[in-house]
Design a protein around this ligand. Structure first.
Ligand code: FES
Ligand code: FE2
Length: 391
């Protein structure tokens, strides 16, 4: 993001903070409680995610040719590789023999040997080794020159590196057009560089909450003064948000408490990124949080029932983590942020999920001061209404 844009956003945030208000939606918005509890809606939500480009990590997780990483998206194990020409490829991490995951974790390797019976694949997905070949005449008989034993290989998924992130389509036959998906946000996301910062690993939250309830916790800061009284609210303002929609995506600016000090500083001397946190909600299930020192990524997935979701929390840092003390400090910051989401946001909304499932009350209300929350739900509903499976 260029300085002019940052200054402009900071000016808007400062005005809201000074006026003790927030960007407002035109009217409150009601949502049906069954959106969070019904099996029918849950199935349609899963289909929506399956049909959407999926951001699965930072480009820096594949740091050069020969790098690989594995990701789990709605229970599906995916292997991503960077091949010798620098391109990113993605495959179902499912062995052709009896479906063992071929590899776990991340690292560097150009060949992957299945841990069960040692079928071996290269990083373009080709099957290149098959012990006891006489047992599999259909496959062993199809040697096609070179080292490939089976032209089919691992099932390939459309993959791309774009705006600094790794993307996949979960349908092997889909067209993955991330530029069209992100629209005007693409350049802005790329400009932060967080996808090229050093990755700090993944932390997983498997929680008894609907996946939309998880996304909701990142969609407003109205709750900071109560839920995060001892944590985030000590540094960031509550109920004060700059809101901008970008098609189905949106961006929130959360001002820090220090922003009011800018009143006494000429704009030319502002260091705006010291006074705001930038939150992106990428349709349908991704949240990015950008600060001067952290590029947090939350990949939020529906679980196996409406009242269960999986959140994969990642973080990246611009600091040089080859220094042990720097790496330890970055991990401590990551753990602090993770513990806050786990112990404050997600723990609290478990109670909401239980109440929603009880059927005691048939709707929720989103205030004018929760424009991000409204936008999420309006865009999900719009997409479901347009989906081929809509009933
Ligand atoms: S399941 Fe992979 S080699 Fe048998
Ligand atoms: Fe929160």
């Amino acid at each position: 993001m260029d300085r002019d844009q940052l200054i402009d956003l900071t000016r808007r945030a400062l005005k809201l903070a000074r006026d003790k208000t927030t960007d407002l939606a035109p009217a409150p918005h009601r949502v049906d409680a069954r959106d969070y509890t019904s099996v029918e809606r849950h199935d349609r939500d899963r289909a929506l995610l399956m049909a959407s480009p999926q951001l699965v990590g930072y480009a820096s997780e594949l740091s050069g040719p020969g790098a690989y990483c594995t990701k789990t998206v709605m229970g599906r194990s995916i292997l991503l590789t960077r091949t010798s020409d620098g391109s990113v490829r993605a495959f179902d991490n499912v062995c052709l023999h009896r479906q063992s995951p071929v590899v776990t974790g991340c690292g560097r390797a150009t060949r992957f040997t299945c841990p069960y019976h040692a079928w071996t694949y290269d990083n373009t997905g080709r099957l290149v080794g098959l012990p006891g070949r006489e047992g599999f005449p259909g496959i062993a008989g199809r040697r096609q020159g070179g080292t490939a034993l089976n032209a089919d290989g691992l099932t390939e998924l459309p993959a791309a590196e774009f705006a600094g992130f790794l993307w996949v389509a979960l349908d092997p036959g889909a067209t993955l057009d991330v530029a069209a998906h992100l629209g005007p946000l693409a350049d802005e996301l790329d400009s932060w560089g967080i996808g090229r910062w050093s990755p700090l690993g993944e932390k997983v939250l498997d929680c008894p909450i609907n996946w939309k309830l998880a996304v909701d916790t990142f969609s407003e800061n109205y709750h900071f003064a109560t839920v995060h009284r001892q944590t985030f609210a000590t540094i960031a303002r509550s109920n004060c948000t700059v809101f901008d929609a970008y098609g189905p995506h949106h961006r929130l600016i959360f001002p820090l408490n220090t922003i009011l000090e800018l009143d006494n500083v000429p704009e030319a001397q502002w260091d705006p990124f010291h006074n705001i946190v930038v939150i992106y909600a990428l349709f349908p299930n991704i949240v990015l949080s950008v600060t001067i020192a952290n590029g947090e990524l939350f990949r939020i997935y529906p679980g196996d029932r409406p009242g269960r979701s999986i959140t994969v929390h990642q973080n990246s840092t611009p600091l040089d983590v080859s220094e042990e003390s720097v790496a330890a400090g970055a991990q401590a910051v990551f753990e602090y942020a993770h513990a806050t989401v786990r112990d404050e946001d997600y723990r609290l909304v478990e109670g909401l999920q239980a109440n929603l499932e009880s059927g005691a009350r048939d709707h929720l209300i989103f205030g004018r001061n929760e424009p991000g929350l409204q936008h999420r739900h309006i865009e999900w509903a719009r997409a479901l209404a347009q989906a081929p499976s809509a009933v």
